[in-house]
Design a protein around this ligand. Structure first.
Ligand code: SAH
Length: 374
């Protein structure tokens, strides 16, 4: 018998779009719209208002255990526990750094698959970085997750539960800085969110819908990051969800991007940027271009210049990420002077640019380091 943590290591450049078929995680309240929750409650022979009550427990009080929902009749609690609150995530390990304000959690899913999420508390916001797939099929050679291949898609509730767990820790005062709330959710953990489209959209809806339907996080605080699955970007623009789109570009020319982001062999730089501008026009949201600076690979001034020319005068912002080296990789972060020159070149073209911090690096919790091994 094969275990869920098994996934085939992909050959260089090989893309995996379809997740291996596996048993699905059990249905959870967070998978369902309010109308669907009411239908399940009715099937269980309970009054429709219980759907609202259960939803408030979960999304407002962050309570996912019906045994603790003492305003429900005891018999109903058991029924609801089985039908709507299966255990989806079990913590395996927790690592903290930055005096406890950065914490990475390794989760085991029902079938043994492993994923990670990272909570980062700053003075003005708290961000949780979530996984959308166990593993990833996009095979970017500088990313630890990509090297392990795709195990399976996560369900909507498995994604939402990562956020709820983080919100619970914050509300309980387990994160230094006093009780707090999650302001930002970034789909920058393991997986390619646009390759698990339906579950990810469901999760985004649960995150932004106000209670009792969902967590009530501002859509502006939600960022979906993608290698550039062009048709999915087009679809996302039509959802009426003004989330921020982050595009992992990493190279302005097809020759290099074909190797750094293998999806580029399907959709070229020009096509993916075109999809990004359409997204910006439709949602009025500034698109974030992610660019990991890799020493002597993509950090030349002429590439900064080419990038600047491609994106100047657009609703855009560039996020430079010093490469977080992954085990066994020959690549490393750019020299400080090359990073500075890259920034200056982009600024010369009038492109807003920031260099991302590398929070969580010491605990392998920074971008591209999530490998979820035990
Ligand atoms: N699959 C999605 C989301 C996950 S990765 C995507 O690729 O956008 C989130 C960001 O981290 C992406 O921009 C990704 O390219 C970047 N990243 C991956 N590995 C990295 C590494 N080793 N160092 C720095 N950034 C990395």
């Amino acid at each position: 018998m094969s275990t869920a943590s098994e996934s085939r290591t992909p050959a260089p450049g090989q893309l995996t779009f379809v997740a291996p078929r596996r048993a699905k995680p059990a249905r959870h309240l967070a998978d369902l719209t309010m109308a669907e929750r009411k239908a399940v409650v009715a099937e269980l022979g309970e009054k429709p208002f219980r759907a609202d009550q259960l939803s408030r427990h979960y999304f407002e009080k962050l309570n996912g255990d019906p045994a603790l929902m003492t305003d429900l009749p005891a018999a109903a609690r058991e029924k609801f526990a089985t039908a709507l609150f299966p255990t989806l995530l079990t913590p395996v390990r927790e690592l903290t750094t930055d005096r406890g304000t950065t914490r990475k959690t390794l989760w085991r899913l029902f079938d043994g698959a492993l994923v990670e999420s990272v909570l980062m508390r700053y003075s003005d916001r708290t961000t949780i970085c979530v996984s959308s797939q166990a593993g990833c099929g996009m095979n970017c050679p500088f990313c630890a997750t990509g090297q392990a291949g795709l195990t399976r898609n996560m369900s909507t509730a498995e994604i939402v539960e990562q956020v709820v767990a983080g919100a619970r820790a914050l509300a309980a005062g387990d994160v230094p800085g006093g009780p707090g709330r999650i302001s930002n959710v970034v789909f920058m953990g393991m997986g390619e969110p646009m390759a698990n489209y339906k579950a990810v959209i469901g999760a985004v809806r649960r995150l932004v819908e106000p209670a009792p339907d969902g967590l009530g996080i501002s859509a502006r605080g939600v960022t979906v990051s993608t290698v550039g699955l062009v048709p999915a970007i087009g679809k996302l623009a039509e959802e009426g969800l003004p989330v921020t789109l982050a595009l992992s570009l990493h190279a302005p020319d097809d020759e290099l991007r074909d190797t750094l982001v293998p999806i580029n062999t399907r959709w070229k730089v020009a096509e993916v940027l075109d999809a990004a501008w359409k997204y910006a026009a439709k949602t009025k949201r500034r698109v974030s271009i992610e660019y990991a600076l890799i020493k002597d690979i993509n950090d030349q001034e002429w590439r900064a210049d080419l990038l600047g020319k491609l994106i100047r005068n657009k609703l855009v912002h560039v996020n430079l990420i010093p490469l977080n080296p992954t085990p066994g990789s020959k690549w490393t972060a750019s020299r400080p002077e090359d990073e500075e020159a890259f920034v200056r070149r982009l600024e010369f073209h009038g492109v807003p640019v920031t260099v991302r911090d590398t929070r969580g690096r010491e605990i392998d919790g920074a971008c591209g380091q999530l490998a979820a091994a035990e």
